[in-house]
Design a protein around this ligand. Sequence first.
Ligand code: PMP
Length: 388
Amino acid sequence: MTLAERMYNLGTETAFEVLAKARALEAQGRDIIHLEIGEPDFDTPKHIVDAGVRALQEGYTHYGPTPGLPELREAIARNSREVRGIDTDPGQVVVTPGAKPIMFYVILALAEPGAEVIYPNPGFPIYESMIRFSGATPVPMQLLEEKDYHPDLNDLATKITDRTRLIIINSPENPCGSALTKDELETIANLARGKNLYVMADEIYKDILYTGEHFSIAAFPEMAKQTVILDGFSKSYAMTGWRLGYGIMPEELVPHITRLAVNSVSCAASFSQRAAIAALDGPQDDVQAMAAEFAQRRRLIADGLRSIPGINCPEPEGAFYVFPSIKETGISSAEFEERALNEAGVALLSGSAFGAFGEGYVRLSYANSQENIKTALERLSGFVESLV
Ligand code: PMP
């Protein structure tokens, strides 16, 4: 069977593969602690679930308009004006099943052979996968351990060329847990402004931030014209399974992104969209409570990892990931992933799954209870001791 050439350029997200391996070990009776998967361990807040159930009963079980229900696009625009301070029109919003399709569509709409796309590395693996799939050249913006996983912006300046169509930023960042400062965002805005390129700002972890306030690059002068904001409900509201996300973009892009949606998914689930309105317009206490719990776990896991000889762990600033260096253990990231699972019963991800600059690191998601995190730390401590 002959596959299309482009299929050989498509990558993947290994979290789902490691999860499957961990589940297979559990089926054999092994006790595994899951620090591999990037989803909140909390249930969706009750008032949101109730709104979803009500929507099903009210008949929101049909196709809806491709870019989203008008009342949700309005709620998203209102929310964006409030939290980002950006003048956002509902006509700039496209709602999709999860935020991932926005990433997919924006890259497909802008990138092609001969074009270049700058993206964070280590970074969410789907960026590089999609850039390669589009035929464009991926240009990594390295996040440096010695800078607590912030990029060198002088280096970024040299990477922007006439061929650059898109610069992807992600803050707070998966897998490094770093968050760009307002000054850094301003520098990036100054580099991008007026050039024939867009910025895609993946702000999906904006509500899980431990230092300062979230700031959007689109809020700098003239930048809304060049920025696609990617956001959604999976992380902020523990709604991964509802599959709901959105992009906020310059109006000129909306018909193109909508056409890609018509060609692929038609629309996001109507009842999920009704629940999302309750998420945005309802009380935000649950969001804050989840973020506060993540903050405690961050302390526990970052301090715990640092106390293990052979592990170095920069301070995470946001999201629910730590990205410690395992270089002193002398084994590769992939071997560490395999052996931590098999020998220590801790499922985590090889840093190399997040790009070439992730070699020498592993990612642990602390979307798990403090009790489980403590046990995982004990197990990892014994495991690393056996290596160094
Ligand atoms: N961006 C980043 C950086 C992510 O980590 C994720 C989910 N792991 C997404 C986007 C997409 O999330 P979803 O499709 O569930 O909205």
